[in-house]
Write a protein that binds this ligand. Sequence first.
Ligand SMILES: [Mg+2]
Length: 395
Amino acid sequence: MLAERYDALLFDLDGVVYTGPDPVPGAVKSITALRELRPVRYVTNNASRTPEQVSDQISALGVPCTSAEVTSSAHAVAELLRTRYPAGTPVLTVGGKGLLTALRERELEPVGTLDEGPAAAVQGFDPEVSWRRLAELAAAVHSGIPWYASNLDLTIPTDRGIMPGNGSLAAAVTNATGRQPESAGKPEPAIFRTALQDTGGSTALVIGDRLDTDILGGNRAGMDTALVLTGVHGLADALYAPEAQRPRYILRSLRDLQEDLDQRIDQAYAGMTVADGALRMQDAASGAGAGADAAPAPGGTPGAVVPGHAREVTAAVGNSAGTTGRAAVAGSSSGTLAGNVTPESATGAPALADSPGLADRPDAAVLTAALRRCWEALDAGVAIDESPLPGSWPR
Ligand SMILES: [Mg+2]
């Protein structure tokens, strides 16, 4: 299975393990099983909560979890500092309990004032932070010592809505000093390296729901990445993602980690081409091809989206006449996968083959392979049709 190809599994939390107070469907069962096979780490930018608080929340959902399985951006920045400064180095610290603990665990000495001679300054989220603390930090930054941040998230979700995050607090100091901190949290690679190092392994799969944090950061860390479609970003986002944010895998849910996905992607990928404006797919097993010849969906008309059937991916591809459009990808009962864009459908809804057997298909592999082909087409200079997608496309 896919998960067994790696020494460790590095999970994002929100949108992957839970959404607000509720577990993501299937996540509890999958992670519980995967945890028996490989070391698991939860990678979170939230530096204000201790690992115990995070692991308690995960455990309460029904996933066995210890605090040692939580890697926060506080860990990451403390580890980053420890690689650059010897034990006992005083560090001006503005942050919460999680950051103070992480620094002390790595034998660094948090101090509160510039007068104590810090060699560096570090800032993590702290809901109790005051102007005086930020002013002390600004004084340290003015003095010219290096300035680090656990993470630079501009916002933080709370039960009262979106509130200023550590990046916004750091921006106050940036406004006063003209300097920027070096961050260890996502989308920087340090947090993923810290998590992997902690497992003792050498290869990891990063699993997240955001392209601009989880996937970008994992890619920057030189790790394989998987976008799971249970959170913020969907297929259309993946399609339009810049190269640095493209995941290696697209997962419908964490259950796909227990599939032999890599092999299936290779099979699906081998049968896909972009030609004459269509993303054409040929089922490796059946040898049947489809594309421009795909029959209209039963009960539908060419170019119509069939209600109740999966619309699994949208793909912007160009045709030989230079018209741009989208291909919709779906499975069919005959074992054929079809995507088809014609100049007509490019201005309306995508052509779509019917897909009654879709649930039985290796969809994550197909999705990933289709996205890869589409990225190739886009990289070859095909223009993207930016008009709104019809209907409710999968997120
Ligand atoms: Mg997330």
